[in-house]
Design a protein around this ligand. Structure first.
Ligand SMILES: Cc1cc2nc3c(=O)[nH]c(=O)nc-3n(C[C@H](O)[C@H](O)[C@H](O)COP(=O)(O)O)c2cc1C
Length: 324
């Protein structure tokens, strides 16, 4: 099974990805949270960020509906040594989709065709050998939109299609619409990657019964909650998971501190992580509340030390979606 780490804006930035790769690993590709290129492409800061990543396993993701902006960013990324770019056609946020980007792009398929037409006409000229993969939902407001959406993707040389089988209206909740995924298994012209609600070894087995042909899966919230998930799904020995979690946490904290300083934004960034990792620990919710209440770095460190000292790891700790 090929396993990808999904992009999660605010959580899986470069500092996080590098700490994960060093301490846990088991990931075939990491997808960056989205970058929105402008008419001059990616900013200096964004390029500097991407320059720190391992080109062999990192795929930059772009969110745009303008082929010209994509092409400028593609030339920049090509110069940095990247050979795959992922297009975001799934972001459900109101501000993004109102501009017909992300999942909003699924509402204007004529515009999307024109986008891909221009993109693939010019791509080889500006970024030779660059692959374009797409991460998509199955529609905006209704499942029956999917055949026409897939028809657009099938017209172009998209290298891989990652499908989160929900509508924009579903956000990240509610039942998966596996019928649409099975439709793609039958009719997609490119290799597929499945994404959605694989949170533990147990529900992975249940998932494989429902989608037995899956050969590539992208893990998101489940992996942020449990960074060992990739190794666990591969049946590899994780060893001292607690010590590895601590090491990964400490690397992220120190690296973020170096970049962001000791202030509130550092504490908020770290607390966002604990909103997911709390699922691994007994009484994790209470411990996480203390972590979130920390008023400064010293209090934060003390709250984290208490959690690692006093909260045992749950034997089957895993992300739990609010509606599951
Ligand atoms: C906080 C958050 C941020 C996200 N940011 C991105 C993003 O930048 N790009 C993207 O394609 N998807 C983004 N997603 C969607 C995830 O990549 C993934 O598709 C989603 O969480 C479903 O997979 P899961 O059930 O394994 O979590 C985000 C999801 C969450 C919850």
């Amino acid at each position: 099974m090929t396993l990808y780490f999904a992009p999660l804006e605010g959580l899986t930035g470069g500092v996080y990805r590098r700490a994960h790769a060093a301490v846990f690993g088991g990931v075939d590709k990491y997808f960056t949270p989205f970058y929105s290129p402008s008419s001059i492409g990616l900013s200096k800061k964004e390029m500097a960020e991407l320059d720190e990543d391992d080109r062999a396993i990192t795929i930059p993701q772009l969110l745009t509906k303008r082929a010209s902006d994509f092409l400028i960013a593609a030339a920049q990324l090509h110069a940095l040594g990247y050979r795959e770019i992922n297009l975001n056609c799934g972001c459900p946020s109101g501000t993004v989709s109102a501009k017909h980007k992300g999942a909003g792009f699924l509402l204007c398929l004529d515009e999307m065709r024109a986008f891909f037409e221009e993109l693939f006409d010019c791509l080889d000229g500006v970024a030779p050998g660059m692959c374009v993969s797409v991460k998509t939902r199955i529609g905006y407001g209704a499942e029956n939109e999917f055949p026409e959406i897939l028809d657009v993707y099938n017209t172009y040389p998209i290298s891989q299609l990652t499908i989160h089988p929900r509508l924009r209206q579903d956000f990240y909740r509610g039942s998966l619409r596996l019928r649409a995924y099975h439709y793609a298994e039958q009719y997609a012209a490119m290799p597929l990657c499945y994404n959605g609600d694989v949170f533990s070894a147990t529900n992975y087995s249940a998932f494989l019964e429902k989608v037995p042909k899956a050969s590539c899966i992208m893990l998101g919230r489940g992996a942020v909650a449990n960074p060992a998930l990739f190794l666990e799904l591969r049946g590899e020995n994780v060893g001292d998971k607690r010590a590895r979690l601590r090491e990964m946490h400490d690397r992220i904290l120190e690296e973020n501190r170096r970049r962001m300083g000791d202030g509130k934004s550092l504490l908020c960034r770290m607390a966002d992580l604990w909103n997911y990792q709390r699922f691994l620990f007994e009484n994790g919710e209470e411990a996480c509340r203390r972590i979130r209440r920390a008023a400064n770095l010293a209090e934060y460190r003390a709250a984290v030390a208490t959690l690692f000292r006093e909260c045992p790891l749950l034997p089957n700790g895993a992300y739990c979606s609010p509606d599951l």
